[in-house]
Design a protein around this ligand. Structure first.
Ligand code: CTP
Ligand code: MG
Length: 220
C-alpha cells in the first residue's frame, strides 16, 4: 500500500485579496506552500505528492520544489474552476492501486503537525475514509435570508472539518466519478464520498491547523 498526497493549490484567494495567490506568499521568508509541502515530504510513510495549480504558476512552483528539495513531489497538474475540479484533475493523473491511500490537504494549511498526519494515515489504513475536525465550542444556529434564526443545532454532534482527509484510492475515485456525472458539488472530499453512500470517520484534528483565509490569519 502506497500513500499519496494531493495538494490543491489553484485558488486565487479572493477573501485574502492581493495579486499573488496566498499559497505563494511568504511566512518567515518561505512560501506558505513550501511550509506545507515540507511537512509531507519529510514523513517516511508518504510516497508521493502531486499538486494542482494554475498554469501561470507552474514555473514558480517548480522553482520552489527545487529550492527546498521536495523530492516526493512527482507531478504538477492544472487546477480547475472549483477546488473539486483541482482535486479531480490531480486524482486522475495519479497511478494507483486500489488499496493505496490518498490524502488531500489544502496548500494553505501549513501548521498541521507531522504527528497528526501520521496518526491519520494509520487510522485510514484501518477505517478507509478518515477526516480531521474539531468539536464546535460555539452555539451554532441556522438563519434564514433575513438573518432570523430558524434553528439552534445540537453542538454536541457538530464538528468543524479540516484537512488532511484520507481515503482509500478506489473509494475516492469512484465517488468522484459519481459526483462529476451527477454535477454534485462538495466543498470537501468527504462530502463527495458521503454522496456515494460511504461512511466517513472524523478524528480529532488540531487547533493550530488553520486554513489561511484572510489577512489576519498570517499573523499566527
Ligand atoms: N483551491 C484549488 N482550486 C480552486 C479553488 C481552491 O486548488 N479552484 C485550493 C486553494 O488553493 C487552497 C484550498 O483549495 O489551497 C482551500 O481553498 P480556499 O482557502 O478557499 O482558497 P481560495 O479558493 O484561494 O480562497 P477564496 O475562496 O477566498 O478565493
Ligand atoms: Mg475558495
Amino acid at each position: 500500500m502506497k500513500v499519496k498526497v494531493i495538494i490543491p493549490a489553484s485558488g486565487s484567494g479572493e477573501r485574502f485579496g492581493g495579486k499573488t495567490p496566498k499559497q505563494f506568499l511568504k511566512i518567515d521568508g518561505k512560501e506558505i506552500i513550501a511550509h506545507t509541502l515540507e511537512k509531507f515530504n519529510s514523513i517516511s510513510l508518504i510516497d508521493e505528492i502531486i499538486i494542482s495549480t494554475q498554469l501561470e504558476y507552474f514555473v514558480k512552483l517548480s522553482t520552489i520544489i527545487k529550492k527546498y528539495n521536495l523530492k516526493k513531489v512527482k507531478k504538477i497538474t492544472e487546477g480547475g474552476k472549483l477546488r473539486q475540479d483541482s482535486v479531480y484533475n490531480a486524482l486522475i493523473n495519479l497511478e494507483c492501486d486500489r488499496d493505496d491511500l490518498i490524502l488531500v490537504h489544502d496548500a494553505v494549511r501549513p501548521f498541521i503537525s507531522n504527528k497528526k498526519i501520521i496518526e491519520l494515515v494509520k487510522a485510514a489504513g484501518k477505517e478507509k475514509c478518515v477526516i480531521l475536525g474539531l468539536p464546535v465550542n460555539e452555539t451554532i444556529k441556522r438563519v434564514d435570508k433575513n438573518n432570523i434564526v430558524t434553528e439552534t443545532l445540537d453542538r454536541n454532534n457538530v464538528w468543524a472539518i479540516q484537512t488532511p482527509q484520507a481515503f482509500q484510492y478506489s473509494i475516492l475515485l469512484n465517488a468522484f466519478e459519481k459526483a462529476m456525472s451527477e454535477n454534485f458539488i462538495g466543498t470537501d472530499e468527504a462530502a463527495i464520498v458521503e454522496n456515494a453512500g460511504i461512511d466517513v470517520k472524523v478524528m480529532e484534528g488540531e487547533k493550530r491547523n488553520i486554513k489561511i483565509t484572510v489577512k489576519g490569519d498570517v499573523r499566527l
